[in-house]
Design a protein around this ligand. Structure first.
Ligand SMILES: [Zn+2]
Length: 366
């Protein structure tokens, strides 16, 4: 019995919206998980089901110990007693997706999706079709509508959804109390700080930081280091004229009546503030202090430029500001499809009852 891919997508989307995994697994990009949105997980699920069963909810593989069944080829135990039941299998898939982000170490290729780990390209093979299908339902994540912008867009997904829920999903739920050293500051929960803020040495910033490490969210530490390394490699470091802060827990624009700034999460950096003040048209390319030539280096690592904010309305433009989006340019996602696998955990073969144990080559054709 075959379930329509679009019906499966809707089931997965509803289940992931009800129980969204927090954060993005380290190996997520090659499976299309770059922002961690439920839509991305649902597309991945559709692609996995295509690989495992051709969407046949009655497919089975009795040569596995105990057998594996249904659209994702779970054991019945793994799928709440009946893996033929599509809703059960969907629930089990969402549970395992959550597990793959829980520690943010093992990732998708770690403990929870072992066969995908052995055949990662198959796990992602049907993503383009899944995305097309998702797009036809109008629910695939898309870039905010671009209106007139201060400078031409380079054609990449820009700012992330500006909601606390989106920030929390990506960076871990931030709780805080009002107040701090300056007007508009907040004081984050120390537990969140310990779990998420790390110190990163960025050698290219030593001239501004007196060799002090920069505090930032753990998810952006590597991308940030890569941005400045590539800026230096391209000989563009002289364009960075000042460093104006990164992790500063506060309201937007230090205004207590506005929302929480992404700087509170340690995922946005300000540079060249003197030449690109908040609420003004940023310094154009070629002018002293302009950030425009630096945009591609930031975008390549998933940072959106605040100079695009406001859709052409200068009062919301923030030309000093680059914020991480959890996304990387499409080209990088495609490139990462062939990246080498992390070695599998030796415990995988030990009958871990959570392992999605399917044996792609043995699955009955649809
Ligand atoms: Zn900023």
């Amino acid at each position: 019995m075959t379930i329509a891919a679009s019906d499966l997508y809707q089931k997965l989307l509803a289940a992931f919206r009800g129980s969204p995994p927090h954060g993005v697994p380290p190996d997520g990009a090659q499976f299309g998980i770059v922002s961690g949105a439920p839509e991305e997980w649902a597309c991945f699920g559709v692609s996995v089901a295509h690989a495992e069963s051709g969407f046949d909810s009655r497919s089975e593989n009795l040569s596995d110990p105990g057998g594996s069944f249904g659209i994702f080829q779970y054991s019945h135990e793994q799928a709440f007693g009946n893996a033929y039941d599509v809703d059960n299998s969907v629930r089990a898939f969402v549970r395992d997706a959550n597990a793959s982000t829980a520690g943010l170490r093992d990732g998708i290729l770690g403990r929870r999706f072992s066969t995908i780990g052995m055949h990662p390209s198959l796990g992602a093979a049907w993503l383009p079709e899944a995305r097309q299908l998702a797009g036809s339902t109008g629910s695939v994540p898309v870039a905010p509508a671009a209106s007139a912008q201060p400078v031409a867009s380079t054609g990449y997904l820009h700012a992330m959804p500006q909601t606390v829920a989106a920030f929390d999903a990506l960076y871990g739920k931030l709780t805080w109390t009002e107040g701090g050293p300056d007007r508009g500051d907040i004081t984050p929960d120390p537990g969140w700080v310990t779990a998420n803020i790390v110190k990163m040495d960025i050698p290219q910033m030593h001239r501004f930081t007196r060799r002090e490490p920069i505090e930032c969210h753990r998810l952006i530490a590597q991308p940030l280091a890569a941005v400045f390394a590539s800026i230096e490699q391209a000989g563009k470091l002289p364009l960075v004229l000042s460093y104006d802060g990164l992790w500063v827990p506060r309201h937007k624009d230090h205004n207590p009546s506005r929302g929480i700034s992404l700087h509170s999460y340690g995922s946005a950096i300000d540079i060249n503030a003197e030449w690109n003040p908040y609420g003004h048209v940023p310094a154009p390319a070629g002018a002293k202090g302009s950030c425009v030539e630096l945009i591609p280096f930031f975008e390549a690592e998933g940072f959106a430029w605040g100079g695009y904010f406001g859709g052409g309305n200068a009062s919301d433009t923030d030309g000093m500001h680059f914020e991480w989006t959890g996304r990387v340019p499409v080209a990088s996602v495609a490139d990462s499809g062939g990246s080498p696998l992390a070695p599998e955990s030796p415990s995988l073969s030990g009958g871990d009852d959570q392992v999605l144990d399917i044996g792609l080559d043995l699955v009955k054709p649809a």
